[in-house]
Design a protein around this ligand. Structure first.
Ligand SMILES: NC(=O)c1ccc[n+]([C@@H]2O[C@H](COP(=O)([O-])OP(=O)(O)OC[C@H]3O[C@@H](n4cnc5c(N)ncnc54)[C@H](OP(=O)(O)O)[C@@H]3O)[C@@H](O)[C@H]2O)c1
Ligand SMILES: [Zn+2]
Length: 337
């Protein structure tokens, strides 16, 4: 048995308090990680408040972990104690499923989440199945890499899987944790990038992340100049915007792609997407192999999240800051147990 010290909330909006639990024997394909840093994603906030109706309490969030391997099960092929690793949203997949066999572990039915039905990385130790503990390259800063394992891979994976081209004109809707990473990726990919933001103070900063233009995401009238422009629009917000008008900014064969967890239905007016053969889609995170490609891409292009740092014991202040929409652009908690 392994004793874990963690921060847990007993209900929606209840404050996080010190909490201890025990992990049973390590499975043969499992890895225990000593947590050094853990990013704070909007999904942690949605889970904490039970916005998706799937939270079990006591709730220990945290799914943007960077740490060191503490122990490995007997059949872990690639990791040893002391190795630097990152862990994101998924903690276990059926490796024999068709999707995993095809390299799409993130689409495998029955995937287990790091913070769903188990306790996550707001703790000193977290456990996962080995494919989801990704080795961290030496050229990445351990103190800043955590957000790549959820926010980063969530926006990198669709760029890869939908074949976004360097000649494409793309839009990133919402410049938060996911959006500021997407802007950096797409700029280095070679695309012309437009940032849609509702925060006037973010417009200049979005340009530093690599946006060539900015538009107000809450002012559809200002999008007229962009009519028929975008090959790819990546939506990272979780709120309802004017989807009808946003679709009108897609070029023929353009794609409106959701990674933000918009919970209200998105109306799709078929005649408006039919003529231009436009597409609407959504995706969850990305596969372990894509995570490795993303980490390499970050090293080569010097891509990193812009972060604010809190001690893990200040988690209540940190989550309040995120909830108020004040994070610039990703909060990272440092383990101080
Ligand atoms: N698909 C997946 O697998 C996956 C993975 C990770 C996260 N997510 C989801 O992705 C979403 C974004 O996560 P995040 O961590 O990037 O969140 P975040 O840092 O809070 O950023 C969300 C951004 O949405 C914009 N926004 C918020 N309220 C708005 C409003 N009323 N009107 C217009 N824009 C608004 C803001 O950008 P501006 O200030 O620029 O307007 C904000 O920075 C969440 O729903 C999260 O659960 C999904
Ligand atoms: Zn996340």
């Amino acid at each position: 048995m392994t004793d874990v010290r963690a921060w847990a909330a007993d209900g929606p909006h209840e404050e996080f308090k010190a909490f201890g639990y025990k992990l049973g024997p390590l499975g043969v394909d499992e890895v225990d990680i000593d947590v050094d840093y853990c990013g704070l994603c909007h999904s942690d906030l949605s889970m904490w408040t039970n916005e998706w109706g799937r939270t079990q309490y006591p709730f220990v969030g945290g799914h943007e972990v960077v740490g060191r391997v503490r122990a490995t099960g007997a059949q872990v092929p690639n990791l040893k104690p002391g190795d630097k690793v990152g862990l994101g949203w998924f903690a276990r997949s059926d490796l024999a499923s068709r999707q995993s066999m095809a390299g799409d572990h993130h689409l495998s039915p029955g995937n287990e989440g790091t913070i769903m039905g188990r306790h996550g990385g707001f703790a000193d130790i977290v456990r996962c199945q080995w494919p989801w503990a990704s080795p961290l390259p030496d050229d990445l800063d351990v103190a800043k890499a955590g957000p790549l394992f959820c926010g980063g891979i969530t926006v990198f994976s669709p760029i890869m899987s939908f074949g976004v081209k360097p000649t494409d004109k793309v839009g990133v809707v919402g410049i938060g944790g996911l959006g500021h990473l997407a802007t950096q990726f797409l700029n280095k990919w070679g695309c012309e990038v437009t940032a849609f933001t509702s925060s006037p103070d973010k417009a200049e900063e979005a340009k530093k992340f690599g946006a060539h233009k900015t538009l107000n995401s809450r002012d559809p009238k200002s999008w007229k100049e962009a009519a028929g422009r975008f090959d790819f629009l990546l939506v990272t917000v979780n709120v309802t915007l004017d989807w009808q008008r946003l679709t009108a900014t897609l070029a023929p064969k353009g794609r409106l792609h959701f990674v933000g967890a918009v919970t209200e239905p998105v109306p799709v007016h078929v005649p408006s997407i039919m003529g231009g053969q436009k597409q609407v889609s959504a995706s969850p995170l990305g596969a372990p192999a894509t995570i490795m490609q993303m980490l390499e891409f970050c090293g080569r292009h010097d891509i990193a999240p812009l972060t604010e740092h809190y001690k893990m014991s200040d988690i209540n202040k940190a989550i309040e800051h995120l909830e108020a929409g004040k994070a610039r652009y990703r909060i990272i908690l440092e383990n101080d147990f």
